[in-house]
Ligand binder design. Structure first.
Ligand SMILES: C[S@@+](CC[C@H](N)C(=O)[O-])C[C@H]1O[C@@H](n2cnc3c(N)ncnc32)[C@H](O)[C@@H]1O
Length: 248
């Protein structure tokens, strides 16, 4: 083989190895491309120092560690997993992070008390939930999350995926309908930059309804007070009315 031919072969092989990685969307790299946009995701969660979070299907605890970094000593991440070995691995890996509490959770719920969390977070776990159990699970989360709290779900958009990865995804429209049936209200749904995953955020409509009812009540009171004041200012005093009559 001549040097020229050999160089061409080497170049073709190197190009062949590099191109797929360059052309592939970030979201497909190992299935965890969305991790590159962790800052975007975590900012959107609007965690407070004392937030209590349940990370359902926490896996290796990677998201839990990102969230824990935003919390103070009173904040906590319940890192739920259905696989004991993952719970054990998290306990070892994040032993120094006191805000992460790995635990073995049932497959049909979090096992946590009502109104105990500010945020329920599921990253690539929703499609793993028991078949036909999604609405029931979302109803359960409505119990566990405080009325002022939120639900955030990350899934791969099947239309943007290919091959087997499309099976490990969920349609945002279907998720929105299921969440609505369970009593959640979608606040926003957006693609995670550089990824084929979307992030959907839900709140509890009752909390918003209460806020708006209070605002309406305050506006009505203000209007009634203004009308009363105007009526008093334009009222003709009784004596004036009387003298008016006398003049006639
Ligand atoms: C694809 S991994 C996602 C891991 C992690 N959330 C992430 O985004 O990097 C899905 C995880 O959900 C867990 N899982 C499956 N079904 C579950 C269920 N019903 N409740 C809680 N976790 C579950 C699996 O054991 C697995 O670790």
């Amino acid at each position: 083989m001549s040097t020229r031919v050999r160089n061409s072969v080497v170049f073709a092989v190197v190009l062949g190895l590099c191109l797929p990685a360059v052309g592939r969307p970030a979201g497909r790299r190992g299935g965890y491309g969305y991790r590159e946009s962790a800052d975007f995701v975590v900012k959107r969660l609007r965690l407070r120092r004392n937030s209590i979070v349940v990370d359902i299907g926490a896996g290796d605890g990677w998201w839990a560690s990102k969230m824990a970094a935003r919390l103070g000593p009173k904040g906590l991440i319940h890192a739920g997993e259905v696989e004991q070995k993952k719970v054990d691995a998290m306990r070892t890996k994040w032993a120094d992070l006191k805000q992460i509490k790995p635990y073995l959770c049932p497959t049909d719920g979090t096992g946590l008390e009502a109104d105990s969390c500010d945020l329920a977070f599921l990253s690539k776990t929703y499609h793993h939930l028991n078949k036909d159990g999604h609405v029931a699970y979302l109803k359960h989360l409505k119990e566990v999350v405080k009325p002022s709290g939120k639900l955030v779900i990350i899934e791969r958009h099947p239309a943007l995926a290919s091959g087997r990865s499309a099976e490990h995804g969920w349609l945002p429209g279907l998720l929105g309908r299921q969440a609505e049936v369970a009593g959640w209200m979608m606040l926003r749904c957006e693609l995670i930059p550089g990824s084929d995953h979307f992030m959907a955020t839900f709140v509890q409509p009752e909390t918003f309804a209460k806020t708006f009812a209070k605002r309406r009540e305050a506006a009505e009171k203000k209007k009634a007070a203004e009308e009363k004041k105007t009526a008093e200012e334009t009222k003709i005093p009784a004596e004036e009315k009387k003298s008016g009559k006398q003049e006639k």
